[in-house]
Design a protein around this ligand. Structure first.
Ligand code: FES
Length: 122
């Protein structure tokens, strides 16, 4: 079961939540269920409001790298994702550092999610 720790200057304390086994919702939906206010707008990978930084707690873990096409486009536009990072994600399962919370499906991995509370900024 993944542990997800949310951290942000907009929160008074970090918060760790345990995603329900078999939960296949987005990271944004997990945050909302736990009253963690990651900024968002479209919820469809088009506006870039929900950009987050994701770090693995264990260096031995591989992270889900299923970037959606919309996610790739928006993150590249924001200069938060390079072609090399896309190749690393798709070929070597090496996680990129930034994701869109509304597109990111959490796998069984322990992660730290950082956001700064401003729409479109991680
Ligand atoms: Fe618009 Fe995620 S809410 S891209």
């Amino acid at each position: 079961m993944p542990n997800i720790t949310f951290t942000s200057p907009s929160m008074s304390n970090d918060k760790t939540v345990y995603a329900v086994a078999g939960h296949n919702g987005t990271l944004l939906s997990i945050a909302e269920k736990n009253k963690i206010k990651i900024p968002f707008d479209c919820q469809d990978g088009e506006c870039g409001s929900c950009v987050i930084k994701v770090s693995l707690l264990s260096k031995d873990q591989k992270m889900g790298s299923a970037l959606t096409d919309k996610e790739k486009e928006i993150l590249k536009e924001k200069k938060l994702l390079t072609d090399a990072e896309i190749e690393d994600a798709e070929v070597r399962d090496i996680a990129p550092s930034h994701r869109l919370a509304c597109q990111y499906i959490v796998r069984d991995e322990d992660i730290i999610v950082t956001f700064n509370g401003e729409a479109g900024e991680a």
